[in-house]
Write a protein that binds this ligand. Sequence first.
Ligand code: PGA
Length: 258
Amino acid sequence: MRTPFVAGNWKMYNTVAEARHLVSEMVPGLQAIIGVEKVLCPPFTALLAVRALLEGSDIGLGAQDMHWEPSGAFTGEVSPPMLAELCQYVIIGHSERRTYFGETDETVNHKVHAAIAHGLTPIVCVGETLAENEAGRTSEIVSRQVRQGLYGLDLSSIGEGQGNTSLVIAYEPVWAIGTGRAATAEGANLVVSEVIRPALLEMFGEQVSQAVRVLYGGSVKASIAAVFFSQPDIDGALVGGASLKVSEFVPIVQAASR
Ligand code: PGA
């Protein structure tokens, strides 16, 4: 049994003041929901403020990216130990990082290794573009992203849930992100069951392939969340735009609660 997992990816939205306001409004609703691992991923600048507001709650905190080196002359970057002081999770390989900032499967792989080494749970994003989808290359692309992104990991010691370093994968078809055009739940489930879990099985064995939470991401809204969560291989969602609204995000998390 995998614990449902829902993370809100705020992207480049919310100043510290705005973040405080949103989190204060959101926490009571989120706190009331049990049986779901819930995570907020604000921008770096708001991590400290949000952390203070989440203290004593069961709501986790994550960053949206990081460098893989522990320190160094990398202007503008943030390192794993810097994040480990502030949060428990980190999104790695989001398609916006891949598209606009040159993230590759190789840099994703460095970052995933570094996250786990520093006790952070990586939320590793994979997904095909519209052109790749239309060319019938979804399986090939997603399989490659999983295999190269997770290459060489030792997952023997990872667990599930808060307090454990874990590994979470988000299947986010690029054409569904921020477009209002979500994948079908059945289609997304098929990619997870036919491509992502088989790749995990081959790389890490049966136990890991069944234990890793795999999320769907891309235009998830409260009105459609339950359909995705009813799919056998989809364990939750990585939510962008709708995570900025209390009236959307709280019902999405609620839908994931069993
Ligand atoms: P969206 O973004 O929910 O706004 O489509 C999802 C994501 O980018 O993780």
